[in-house]
Ligand binder design. Sequence first.
Ligand code: 5GP
Ligand code: MG
Ligand code: MG
Length: 181
Amino acid sequence: MRTLLTESQLHDGVQRLAVEIDEHYGNNRPITLIAVMTGSLVLFADLIRRLSMPQRIGVIQASSYRGGTTSGELSVDSKMMIDVKGRDVLLVDDIFDTGKTLDRLTGMLTDFGAQSVKTGVLLHKQREHSTTLRPDFVAFKIPDEFVVGYGLDYLDMYRNLPYLAVLEPSEIEATAAQANA
Ligand code: 5GP
Ligand code: MG
Ligand code: MG
């Protein structure tokens, strides 16, 4: 595994992200923060405690990687979602890759009556995106490689790593064996 961002670099990046979001929204009116599960779990916990405005917190489940490391069909589960009608919403995800996830979710929240929808991510992959949407707040731009750690998984493993790492092809095979054990 090759470390791409250390724990301390991630810490600084999340702090910068929080400052940018604070500056955009100010600290008077409440905003509704929605975590795109499960990848944003760690980022979200760190981020919301650094923001100074009053917050309503919710989650939405979206997944597109079904066991592979390339993007597949997107499935969304909004059953547990908080009411967004008339609210200023910030969607928080781990990584912006093709853009399909945040594009779809932004559309859904707008349809549910949100007053505004913005997006914040830890990572922005430098590649071609399949949508015109771009994230509003980004902590790091990274090369087009499959990364794990700090919430990001392969087969639901590695989310607990405090750093971000690139998974090598041999490790991808080994993980599959371990995850099924
Ligand atoms: P998009 O819809 O932008 O293509 O993909 C977004 C989702 O795909 C992210 O929320 C994340 O769950 C997953 N994803 C994209 N790139 C990576 C990656 O390099 N590593 C991991 N673990 N997940 C990724
Ligand atoms: Mg995700
Ligand atoms: Mg995943």
